[in-house]
Design a protein around this ligand. Structure first.
Ligand SMILES: CC(C)(COP(=O)(O)OP(=O)(O)OC[C@H]1O[C@@H](n2cnc3c(N)ncnc32)[C@H](O)[C@@H]1OP(=O)(O)O)[C@@H](O)C(=O)NCCC(=O)NCCS
Length: 156
């Protein structure tokens, strides 16, 4: 059953990891950026589904900048958490790292912010539980999420 009791930010945290295989390559032999975008979208959605206990749809993706190429054979580790909720919308921050599984070297390749809307059985937006920030770091994340969402809606 879905309740609207507040839920802590930490409860939404999720990590997924995937080994980059030859089928994920672009013509230059590195990983295709579009494939990473798909994983980012999925990981953010999982964090939001955890929070909302509902199906969610992506409504907005902020700019995505790839700081470093990801290589075939790297393990891509995506970590997401909910950083803001409105009435029906949720923002997820997704942090992407590439790990060389042999050397253990890890590179932070990008962080992205995405907005999802929780959807009911009828496909319409539904209310989500409030987000609890439990310490100073989480309160900062929540304030930054609120500011980003304000900007998005101003630019809409
Ligand atoms: C998501 C969707 C159901 C929202 O419907 P809507 O009629 O725009 O609903 P609303 O205007 O009530 O917006 C719902 C929430 O999304 C937020 N929102 C809408 N557009 C937004 C945008 N561009 N950026 C950030 N938030 C946005 C609203 O602020 C609102 O948040 P709140 O309830 O927390 O205040 C509808 O836009 C949709 O179905 N989009 C397609 C989603 C999809 O298929 N995604 C996959 C792409 S293939």
């Amino acid at each position: 059953m879905t309740t609207l009791a507040p839920k802590p930010m930490r409860a939404s945290r999720i990590s997924i990891a995937q080994l980059m295989q030859p089928e994920h390559a672009n013509p230059a032999g590195n990983v295709h950026g579009g494939y990473i975008m798909k994983l980012v979208d999925e990981c953010g959605a999982l964090a939001c589904m955890r929070h909302a206990a509902r199906r969610v749809v992506t409504v907005a993706i902020d700019r995505m900048t790839f700081r470093q190429p990801i290589k075939i054979g790297d393990l891509v580790i995506l970590s997401a958490e909910v950083t803001y909720v409105g009435r029906t919308s949720l923002e997820a921050a997704v942090h992407v790292e590439a790990e060389n599984p042999i050397s253990g070297e890890k590179t932070h390749t990008n962080t992205a912010y995405l907005v999802y809307v929780a959807i009911g059985e009828d496909g319409l937006p539904v209310e989500v539980p409030p987000l609890l920030a439990e310490n100073a770091e989480e309160r900062e994340k929540l304030a930054a999420g609120q500011a980003r969402q304000r900007q998005r809606l101003e630019q809409k």
